[in-house]
Design a protein around this ligand. Structure first.
Ligand code: ATP
Ligand code: MG
Length: 548
C-alpha cells in the first residue's frame, strides 16, 4: 500500500510488522460548537485512512465538559460529516465510558498511582513548577490507598463541594514534562450533562478520558494536532497503567490547519454568533462547514482542498485562495451557466420590432456536452451591464462604446447607434443599438470578428433578484494589529437588490449553483418569504473573452 504522508508511513509499517491487523481511527470532536474548515482536515485524515486501509473510523464525541456542551452541536457535527461524504462505524461518546473511566481511576488508586488532593486549583498551579524548576509535591501525595479509595468514593457520592478536591495521577513532580507532574485526572462538578444528566458529580479530565476512550474502542492510531505532542507521555502512561490489552493505541500529532484572515477557533466563532456579528453558525460568511455549505461550497471541493494541503508536522498558514481554487475547479465542471446582470443598463435594438423575437441557445456547460442547452429569447429591449458600456473607454476596452460593436452571448453582434441621457443630462438613460443580421451562431456572418462578448437579458423576461456578495470576516492584520476585535470586517457583505437574471436561473433544484457568466459562481436560495436570492460562492478567475 502506497503511503501519502508520515502518518500513513507509520500505519503501513505497523501493518507490515503485524503490530496491528486492522487500522482503527476516530474523529473526536467536543460538542461545544460547530465544525469548521480546520476540522475538515482532521476528518479527511481519519476517515481517509479508514477508506484507504479498509479499517474503521468512529465518531466519538468528547463530552467530558458538561457546561459547554449541547445536543444542537452534536447534531450539527453529524450532519457536517455526512455532508462531506464520510460514514463513521460507530457513534460513541466519552460519557458512554464514565463508569469504565471511573473504574480505571480506581485501578490507579489501588496501584498507588493516584491520590485525592485537597489543594485548590490555584495552589496546584503554584506548586507545579516551571520549565526550569521542578514542582513541589502535594502534602496529600502520601495518603494511603485506603484513604484515597474512601475519599474518591465520597467525591463521587457528592460529599464534598465543587472544586474542593481532585484526583491526581501520581507520576513525577520533577519530570521535565510539566504534564507529568501529577496531573489532575478527575474533578468535582455539579453540572447537568446533556447525556448522563445528574448521574455524575465527578468528571474525568480530557487527558485521562481520551486515552481510555481510545483503548476501549481499540483505536490503533489516535491522530491529533501538535498542541498535544507534550501530552503524549501522559497518554502512554494512562494506557499502560490502566490494565488495557496491547497493542496500546498510539498517539500521532500533525500540524493543524490555519488559514489567512480566517477565524479557526470555536471560541471565537461562538463569539461572532453570540455578539450577533453574523446571523448564526451557518452564516454564509462563516468558515464553519455549515456556513460553507450555505454559501455553496461543494463538499467535493473541500475534500480536494484537504488532499492538496497534505499532512505534515510544520505549522503554516494556508491561503484561502487554495480553497476557492478547488471550489472553482469543481463548479467549472458541474455548474450550469446562466446570464445575470448586476447593474442593468437598458438597450433598445432599433432594428427589432416590438413583437419580434429570436431564440438563442446557450450551452449549460461548454465543458460538458451532456449538461445540455437552454434557450433565451432576444427582444427589442434588453439589459446589459452598466460596466459593459463606456462613454470614455479606457485603452483595451473590448466592450461597447460609442460606434463600436460587441457580441451578445449566444446571439448577434450589436452595434452602438446613440446614447440617450436622462432629462437632466446627469446620467445615461439608455442606449440605442442595431443588430448586424446573420451574425448569430450558425448565421452566414457568424464568423464576424468582434473583440468582446457580453451577457444580456431581455427586459420582458428578466427576473428581479438580489445578489449577496461576501468578503472575509477578518481584515488583513494592519501594522501588526493581531487583535481579533480590531480586525473585524464590518463590510463583509454587500447586497445588490436591483440585479436581473434570465428565467433559466430559477429552474431546477431549490439550492442550485450557477456560473453567472463573466460574473461569479452563485448559489440560489429561497428566503423565508419565498423570494430567490443568489449568494456569491466565489469569483471567476478567468473572464471569458472574444473567443467564447
Ligand atoms: P477549536 O480550537 O476550534 O475549539 P478543538 O481542537 O478544541 O478546536 P475539537 O472538537 O476538540 O476542537 O476537535 C476535534 C478534532 O479536530 C481534534 O482531533 C482536533 O485536533 C481537530 N482539529 C481542530 N481544529 C483543527 C484544525 N484547525 N486543523 C486540523 N485539525 C483540527
Ligand atoms: Mg478540543
Amino acid at each position: 500500500m502506497e503511503s501519502d504522508n508520515f502518518i500513513e508511513d507509520i500505519i503501513v509499517k505497523d501493518l507490515q510488522t503485524k503490530k496491528i491487523t486492522i487500522v482503527n481511527t476516530r474523529f473526536p470532536p467536543e460538542p461545544n460548537g460547530y465544525l469548521h474548515i480546520g476540522h475538515a482536515k482532521s476528518i479527511s485524515i481519519n476517515f481517509g485512512i479508514k477508506e484507504k486501509f479498509l479499517g474503521k473510523c468512529n465518531l466519538r464525541f468528547d463530552d467530558t465538559n458538561p457546561t459547554k456542551e449541547d445536543l444542537e452541536y452534536v447534531n450539527s457535527i453529524k450532519k457536517d460529516i455526512q455532508w462531506l461524504g464520510y460514514k463513521w462505524d460507530h457513534e460513541l461518546y466519552a460519557s458512554d465510558y464514565f463508569q469504565k473511566t471511573y473504574e480505571a481511576a480506581i485501578i490507579l488508586i489501588k496501584k498507588g498511582l493516584a491520590y485525592v488532593c485537597d489543594l485548590s486549583a490555584e495552589e496546584i498551579r503554584k506548586t507545579r513548577g516551571t520549565l526550569n524548576e521542578p514542582g513541589i509535591e502535594s502534602p496529600y501525595r502520601t495518603r494511603t490507598i485506603e484513604t484515597n479509595l474512601e475519599l474518591f468514593t465520597k467525591m463521587k457520592n457528592g460529599e464534598f463541594p465543587d472544586g474542593s478536591r481532585v484526583l491526581r495521577a501520581k507520576i513525577d513532580m520533577a519530570s521535565p514534562n510539566i504534564n507529568m507532574r501529577d496531573p489532575v485526572i478527575y474533578r468535582i462538578l455539579r453540572a447537568t450533562h446533556h447525556r448522563t444528566g445528574d448521574d455524575w458529580l465527578i468528571y474525568p479530565m480530557y487527558d485521562f478520558a481520551h486515552p481510555i476512550g481510545d483503548a476501549i474502542e481499540n483505536i490503533t492510531h489516535s491522530i491529533c494536532t501538535l498542541e498535544f505532542e507534550n501530552h503524549r507521555p501522559l497518554y502512554d502512561w494512562v494506557t499502560a497503567n490502566c490494565d488495557f490489552k496491547k497493542p496500546y493505541p498510539q498517539q500521532i500529532e500533525f500540524a493543524r490547519l490555519n488559514m489567512k484572515n480566517t477565524v479557526m477557533s470555536k471560541r471565537y466563532l461562538k463569539k461572532l454568533v453570540d455578539d450577533g456579528f453574523v446571523k448564526g453558525w451557518d452564516d454564509p460568511r462563516m468558515p464553519t462547514l455549515s456556513g460553507l455549505r450555505e454559501r455553496g461550497y461543494p463538499p467535493e471541493a473541500i475534500r480536494e482542498f484537504c488532499a492538496r494541503i497534505g499532512v505534515g508536522k510544520a505549522n503554516s498558514e494556508v491561503d484561502p485562495e487554495l480553497l476557492d481554487f478547488c471550489v472553482r475547479e469543481h463548479l467549472n465542471k458541474y455548474a450550469d451557466r446562466a446570464m445575470a446582470i448586476e447593474n442593468p443598463l437598458k438597450v433598445v435594438i432599433e432594428n427589432i420590432d416590438n413583437n419580434q423575437t429570436f431564440e438563442c441557445i446557450i450551452d449549460n456547460n461548454p465543458n460538458d456536452p451532456k449538461a445540455g442547452k437552454h434557450n433565451i429569447v432576444l427582444r427589442r429591449e434588453i439589459y446589459i451591464d452598466n460596466s459593459d458600456f463606456s462613454l470614455s473607454p479606457p485603452p483595451k476596452y473590448h466592450r461597447l462604446f460609442e460606434g463600436s460593436t460587441v457580441r451578445l452571448k449566444g446571439s448577434f453582434v450589436l452595434q452602438h447607434v446613440k446614447t440617450c441621457m436622462t432629462p437632466d443630462s446627469t446620467k445615461i438613460d439608455h442606449i440605442v443599438c442595431r443588430y448586424l443580421p446573420d451574425t448569430q451562431p450558425g448565421g452566414i456572418n457568424s464568423g464576424m470578428k468582434v473583440k468582446g462578448v457580453i451577457q444580456w437579458v431581455s427586459i420582458k423576461d428578466a427576473i428581479d433578484t438580489t445578489l449577496h456578495k461576501y468578503e472575509a470576516l477578518l481584515n488583513d492584520p494592519k501594522d501588526g494589529v493581531l487583535d481579533f476585535n480590531e480586525r473585524l470586517n464590518y463590510n463583509s457583505i454587500e447586497i445588490i437588490d436591483h440585479a436581473k437574471v434570465e428565467p433559466f436561473a430559477l429552474e431546477g433544484d431549490t439550492a442550485k449553483s450557477f456560473q453567472f457568466m463573466r460574473m461569479a459562481y452563485y448559489k440560489r436560495v429561497k428566503t423565508n418569504d419565498g423570494v430567490c436570492v443568489f449568494r456569491r460562492i466565489v469569483s471567476l478567475k478567468d473572464k471569458f473573452n472574444a473567443k467564447n
